[in-house]
Design a protein around this ligand. Structure first.
Ligand SMILES: Nc1nc2c(ncn2[C@@H]2O[C@H](COP(=O)(O)OP(=O)(O)OP(=O)(O)O)[C@@H](O)[C@H]2O)c(=O)[nH]1
Ligand SMILES: [Mg+2]
Length: 302
């Protein structure tokens, strides 16, 4: 007799060096903004789950921090550790690279994915950036020699190009299993985390040089009134001079960040949000393990 109601479910790690488009891809795969993105390396700092359920199949995608080599602070070690740990016990891997590029950090990621036993899909992202399209095929052939990839899929994550095809191919390798998440749940992260990340995205996009790496955001309190949600957030920086830059002349930059973040929060929560932002100094937080723990950077499940 044919079995009814079989379900398929599995974990799918999205890995790659910084800035190749992993989080952009995750958001397109899930169909919702789950993970923040910016045109700077090391934007994602945590493993972030995005769940996509279609009928009797569920893929639990894990976005990861870009694996990197040169930075040596405690937070960088933690990010690399989180990315590597995402490869444990997964059912498929999406390894993202940038079209026509290959560097030491891609090689580091390759070394890690060569050890997994599940199918590895190579996604060659940003093909829209290629000026001479004739270069793509030879590039794909050279990538095919690096390991036995299940598939090599060129893609434009920002436009969602080829993302549906990728989804079909990944869904086809999910094992038979009960669902891990309710069908209507899109991420594992609590609201406070999502709100803090929205603020960090606006800061990362607005600030230059080292400043995005010197700050983190914590949500102190969320209050519900009759008419709106009041979110109290602290932006932590490492030095007093950085505080002044984040606030800006007459508070202009902080106001701009607040306006941008509030729009995204209104959209996410479908309610009016009032955002209270403070900037405080916590010396050397990014290289201090105790501070990292307090600020939510040490995942307990790794
Ligand atoms: N032109 C182009 N830009 C892209 C594409 N995909 C992503 N980007 C841009 O590349 C930048 C980095 O994208 P992210 O999704 O934040 O990259 P990431 O791999 O998650 O980066 P980290 O979290 O730092 O490791 C952003 O500015 C994206 O808009 C693409 O297909 N084409
Ligand atoms: Mg990212």
């Amino acid at each position: 007799m044919q079995e009814k109601n079989n379900t398929y479910c599995g974990f799918v790690a999205i890995v790659g060096r910084p800035n190749v488009g992993k989080s952009t891809l995750l958001n397109h795969l899930v169909g919702e903004k789950i993970s923040i993105t910016a045109d700077k390396p090391q934007t994602t700092r945590h493993k972030i789950i995005g769940v996509k359920t279609i009928e009797n199949k569920q893929a639990v995608f894990i976005d990861t921090p870009g694996m990197h080599i040169r930075q040596k602070k405690a937070i960088n070690k933690e990010m690399n550790r989180a990315a590597k740990s995402a490869l444990r016990d997964v059912d498929a891997v999406i390894f993202v690279v940038e079209a026509l590029e290959w560097n030491d950090e891609d090689s580091l990621v390759l070394e890690c994915v060569q050890h997994v036993t599940c199918p590895v899909f190579l996604v060659v992202n940003k093909v829209d950036m290629i000026k001479d399209k004739d270069k793509l095929l030879p590039h794909l052939s050279s990538l095919a020699e690096k390991m036995n990839f299940k598939e090599i899929i060129p893609c434009v994550a920002t436009l969602g190009e080829q993302v549906q095809i990728m989804e079909q191919k990944v869904f086809a390798v999910l094992p038979e299993s009960p669902f891990f998440y309710p069908a209507d749940q899109a991420t594992d992260k609590p609201l406070s985390f999502r709100l803090s990340e929205i603020i960090r995205e606006k800061l990362t996009r607005s600030l230059n040089e080292e400043l995005p790496y010197a700050l983190t955001v914590g949500i102190e309190k969320i209050e519900q009134t009759d008419t709106q949600l009041i979110v109290h957030a602290i932006i932590w920086v490492e030095r007093p001079s950085q505080k002044g830059i984040v606030i800006g002349k007459n508070g202009a930059l902080l106001k701009h960040i607040g306006q941008q973040a509030r729009l995204d929060m209104n959209h996410l929560l479908k309610t009016s949000v009032h955002l209270q932002l403070w900037v405080k100094v916590r010396e050397n937080w990014s290289n201090d393990k105790k501070a990292l723990k307090n600020l939510g950077y040490l995942d307990s499940d790794d």
